[in-house]
Design a protein around this ligand. Structure first.
Ligand code: AMP
Ligand code: ZN
Length: 479
């Protein structure tokens, strides 16, 4: 097996990846905060996570990966917007209503980009995980790294940084830290490094959960950072293999996750590999809701682009680099992807009968070219070099292998690329009706009953398919 190399933010270098456990690869992805539509910058982050998940499955086997993604459905922003959108409702049902609406849209977007659903989706506002978060807060306080102030619980960063390296993901300077100065907001800049909040005391118009800490009643809700630490540990144990997110999450979110887990779960490092995607930009600025410069999947569709084109677009730039979005760039990707589909369509030269025999989906391994496959693996295993992987695909198409071998090899690559090639080239699903007509026509052709065969050709054409007869049988193409 070829080695897999991934860029680890922890060591700031490409490292060989080996799972901690023999029977499982654990991957945690910071999921969306569901208070609005995801923009295509957010989706770049999940397309990257999907490539990573597919590459891990390709390397270690389909069933070995346990991919966990959380949904942040309680935090400052979800609460703020639920109050605005549903002012007449009680705070908890308003929050649930807003977050479930946007979560639904999020999964639709994910499907359109062919992002496979993670094995486990965890909701921060789920009572089960709230208890896990509270347990973690208790442990941190018991160990002397958390303190209560005005009904909220904070993490003592100054104390932690005396004997741990706080800020290692971004090389933070902590020399100016003051004791007991705390920040209540979930998000803040690195210039503002202070004690961060683990548990936020109840505000009268906000959703809350009961919490008993050392016999003190502290109704409230979790801070954002504690959510991911607790959900990651609950599903994957500690330490686990890989944690992903966009680079803006390195600080404070991931830094704080590390600190909480090291203290609360008693581990030297909670995660072996931290992997971050860089941002999608528009006109040189990061795409973001607060910058009001964002596009959603709906915007792409309204301009006539299939969302999958954006996935293909994302393959042109390594996830670890900034990528500037332009409509011209997207247009070029649309042309590139259509060209690819047409190239692969040229490889289908088989009758319906033979098509069944291809066995493409369940992997006719002897028909997958080993040399090209090796080259493909080398590309994806070099820190997910997807543009190189596409170049290997082109090389395969232009090689002198048989059409059948090319097709099988390409469809195998598509397990990682996720471009829906099989579906596109066959314009699947071909209905049972068409399949029956094809079979009947094959029979007439074998019997040299040309008039019946012509009649069925017309019938198939009426249903929107072109029929070409070649020496290997007939070829069916959707018009
Ligand atoms: P959020 O829903 O705001 O929590 O963000 C979801 C994910 O999108 C996080 O991993 C962010 O780091 C990532 N993200 C946000 N903006 C961008 C962007 N412009 N480009 C790429 N990733 C982004
Ligand atoms: Zn997170």
């Amino acid at each position: 097996m070829r080695k897999l190399y991934l860029y680890n933010t922890l060591s700031k270098s490409k490292e060989e990846f080996n799972p901690i456990k023999d029977d499982q690869v654990g991957l945690y992805t910071c999921g969306p905060t569901v208070y609005n539509y995801a923009h295509i910058g957010n989706l770049r982050s999940y397309i990257f996570a999907d490539f990573l998940a597919r590459v891990l499955r390709y390397n270690f086997g389909q069933n070995r990966l346990l991919w966990v993604m959380n949904i942040t459905d309680v935090d400052d922003k979800t609460i703020r917007d639920s109050k605005i959108k549903y002012p007449d409702m009680d705070s908890m049902p308003a929050l649930k209503k807003l977050t479930s609406e946007y979560e639904g849209i999020f999964w639709q977007d994910m499907e359109k980009m062919n992002i496979l659903k993670p094995n486990k989706v965890t909701h921060a506002a789920d009572d089960y995980y709230i208890l896990k978060m509270q347990d973690l807060v208790k442990k941190i306080v018991e160990k002397g790294y958390g303190y209560v102030k005005e009904g909220s619980v904070y993490f003592n960063v100054k104390k932690y940084s005396n004997n741990h390296s706080y800020g290692k993901l971004i090389n933070l300077d902590v020399s100016n830290l003051k004791l007991g100065v705390s920040v209540e907001a979930d998000e803040y800049e690195k210039e503002n490094v202070q004690d961060f909040v683990l548990w936020k005391g109840r505000k009268s118009d906000e959703p809350f959960w009961e919490f008993l800490l050392n016999n003190e009643s502290l109704p409230g809700r979790p801070g954002w950072h504690i959510e991911c630490s607790a959900m990651g540990e609950a599903e994957l144990g500690m330490p686990f293999d890989i944690h992903t997110g966009g680079i803006d999450l390195k600080f404070p979110h991931h830094e704080n996750e590390i600190a909480q887990s090291i203290i609360g779960y008693n581990v030297a490092e909670p995660v072996n590999f931290w992997i971050h995607n860089d941002h999608l930009l528009v006109d040189g600025q990061r795409m973001g809701k607060r910058f009001k410069n964002f596009y959603t999947t709906k915007d792409l569709e309204e301009k006539g682009f299939k969302p999958l084109v954006y996935r293909f677009y994302c393959m042109q730039t390594n996830y670890g680099k900034q990528m500037n979005f332009t409509w011209e760039g997207l247009k070029a990707s649309q042309e590139g992807l259509n060209h690819l589909y047409n190239q692969v369509k040229e490889l289908i030269e088989v009758s319906d009968n033979q098509r069944e025999n291809l066995g493409v989906s369940d992997g006719s391994f002897d028909l997958i070219n080993k040399d090209f496959k090796n080259e493909f693996i080398e590309s994806i295993n070099d820190d997910l070099n997807m543009s190189k992987a596409l170049a290997v695909l082109q090389k395969t198409i232009k090689s002198n292998l048989s059409k059948k071998e090319k097709l099988n090899t390409i469809l195998d690559f598509d397990k990682v690329l996720g471009l829906d090639i099989e579906k596109e080239i066959y314009n699947q699903p071909i209905s049972d009706e068409i399949n029956d007509l094809i079979k009947q026509r094959e029979k007439f052709r074998r019997e040299k009953n040309w008039s019946e065969s012509d009649r069925l050709r017309e019938e198939i054409e009426k249903l929107g398919y072109g029929v070409e007869d070649g020496k290997d049988g007939m070829r069916i193409i959707k018009k």
